[in-house]
Design a protein around this ligand. Structure first.
Ligand code: MG
Length: 163
């Protein structure tokens, strides 16, 4: 059996000197406003994983009013989601991530981020794809007010055969 999941996340820029993307700290002229470390790529990925398995969303599992998650490294959301899936017999096949922002530009760090995400997911780097696009200066991302990410994942279960 296979299942597909999608996720999206947005964070506003705020004062700061770096953003976290895929578990990688990128120096930037701004930070992001967030309860956790505000890693949009990992938050979208986490929602895609939970969505594929029919397990709700990141807010249900990691409430943003829970002090336990203040400043949390978002990698732990992803690894927890993976463990929830594994407990139900699901394995991740691949993940495709898209970052939407004018800045920071990630071209120079793309492979570093990709490897970081693959490491968190416990899958081959070839099974993780990372895309980035601007929004042609349109909308909140285009105005530099924040950044967004989208994620799609495919999961499979060996224990259930498709009809
Ligand atoms: Mg978020």
């Amino acid at each position: 059996m296979i299942r597909v999941g999608s996720g999206i996340d947005v964070h506003a820029f705020a004062d700061g000197d770096h953003v976290m993307l895929g578990g990688v700290r990128l120096p930037h002229t701004q930070g992001v406003r967030a309860h956790s470390d505000g890693d949009v790529l990992l938050h979208a990925l986490c929602d895609a994983l939970l969505g594929a398995a029919g397990l709700g969303d990141i807010g249900q599992h990691f409430p943003d009013n829970d002090p336990q998650w203040r400043g949390a490294a978002s990698g732990q959301f992803v690894t927890h989601a993976i463990s929830l899936l594994a407990a139900r017999g699901w394995q991740l096949v691949n993940a495709d991530l898209t970052l939407l922002c004018e800045a920071p530009r990630i071209a120079a760090q793309r492979e570093v981020i990709r490897a970081s995400v693959a490491g968190l997911l416990g899958i081959a780097v070839e099974a993780v794809n990372l895309k980035a696009t601007t929004t042609e200066r349109l909308g909140f991302a285009g105005r530099g007010e924040g950044l967004a990410a989208m994620a799609t994942v495919l999961i499979e279960s060996a224990s259930v055969t498709t009809p």
